[in-house]
Ligand binder design. Structure first.
Ligand code: FES
Length: 156
């Protein structure tokens, strides 16, 4: 007899349990248990490339899939997002200034589609450009790596 159950106890992480309780021919009880921790959430690794203090640097950050906007990941990890004007005049992530432009070099499939705000501000820009404040990193189920070029308008 096999028993398969999924249990979630509020004080513990959810577990998947598989148990085999008895074997009649051997007339003794056999118990096999398999326990898997299902609480681990998928993560997205983000690599940022771009100029900083006169040289190109690479910085990395991680975020739970689908939990954060790219802008918030950058600000939380002290990764420069704005050029000088944007540092002073950005809209705080409201999607009304167009100063938080980044270029997605790799991993665009791990992000949401361009929003209507982006379609308006980035109409004449390359398809790979996004507004960081409109870009959701992950969809809560996927995981992988996204490579982002900061300040693509400065790229040579
Ligand atoms: S911060 Fe203003 S549009 Fe993104």
């Amino acid at each position: 007899m096999a028993l398969l159950s999924l249990s979630g106890v509020t004080s513990q992480a959810p577990k998947l349990c598989l148990g085999i309780k008895r074997n009649r021919r051997l007339k003794r009880r056999v118990t096999v248990s398999l326990v898997a921790d299902l609480s681990e959430k998928p993560e997205i690794e983000v690599e940022f490339r771009g100029p900083k203090k006169g040289r190109d640097v690479v910085e990395t950050a991680k975020a739970l899939s689908g939990e954060k906007l790219l802008r918030n990941i950058m600000l939380d990890n002290n990764i420069d997002l704005y050029a000088t004007y944007g540092k002073l005049m950005n809209c705080g992530g409201g999607g009304s200034c167009g100063t938080c432009i980044v270029e997605i070099i790799d991993g665009k499939d791990l992000l949401n589609e361009r929003t209507n705000t982006e379609l308006k501000y980035l109409k004449k820009k390359p398809e790979s450009w996004r507004l960081a404040c409109q870009t959701i990193v992950g969809n809560k189920e996927n995981s992988g790596k996204v490579v982002v070029q900061r300040l693509p308008q400065w790229k040579k």
